[in-house]
Design a protein. Structure first.
Length: 219
């Protein structure tokens, strides 16, 4: 059994025992044990989801993708000033870092048509971010795409592995599921090796793919 699954099972067993002991001590013993435990576990699940509930309750209700900026509540976030766009928790949220250090978190589980908004965000940030990456590469600099990837003029680095861009033969995502948590892993290979990295370790991946596509087509 994976350690995560074992930990969840042990935590559930300890919580259930504690709930049963508490209810017996404070006068709920007359209720069926299964009802008491189920009710207690449901309460614990609600507590565990508190951050999502709080985000839904207190986040602005207006989310607009204009031609030049994201309007979130009363705040405006221009695409040209976005320096990092990254997804995590199996694409359940997108974190945006602005050039002035401010952060914007969009949790897609509370917005309808999330895939459309994600696609719009990528399309409208791509020209600005691509230009910055292209200029940096022309200066001979290495560009970081989060903690999991970096790129220079000729080589892509994924985690600890290096692969020459000109030799890349396949680029694909593999979906994974671990005790209900969804994730995707990026796999890039040539004839001799295959490198991989969790999508959650990537930033500006749409820009990375655009640059790779440009370089591969040139070759």
């Amino acid at each position: 059994m994976p350690l995560r699954s074992l930990f969840i099972s042990l935590t559930g067993a300890v919580a259930a025992s504690a709930i049963a002991a508490f209810c017996g001590r404070y006068g709920f013993a007359a209720l069926p044990t299964s009802v008491v435990i189920l009710g207690g576990l449901m309460l614990l699940m609600m507590v565990g989801q508190w951050s999502t509930l709080a985000y839904y309750a207190f986040s602005p209700k207006q989310l607009t993708f204009d031609e030049q900026a994201v309007v979130y509540g009363r705040k405006i976030y221009p695409y040209a000033e976005m320096s990092n766009v990254g997804s995590y928790v199996g694409k359940a949220a997108t974190e945006i870092l602005m050039s002035d250090g401010k952060q914007l978190l969009l949790r897609w589980d509370i917005w309808q048509a999330a895939e459309i908004w994600e696609r719009l965000l990528e399309e409208r940030t791509l020209p600005h971010l691509w230009r910055k990456v292209h200029d940096a590469l022309e200066r001979g600099e290495k560009v970081e795409f989060g903690p999991g990837a970096s790129l220079d003029q000729d080589v892509l680095i994924l985690r600890e592995g290096r692969i020459a861009i000109a030799t890349i033969s396949t680029i694909r995502f593999v979906n994974q599921s671990d005790t209900g948590a969804q994730s995707r892993t990026l796999h890039i290979a040539d004839e001799h090796q295959e490198l991989s990295v969790d999508e959650g370790h990537l930033r500006n991946q749409h820009v990375l793919f655009a640059v790779l596509a440009e370089k591969l087509s040139a070759n």
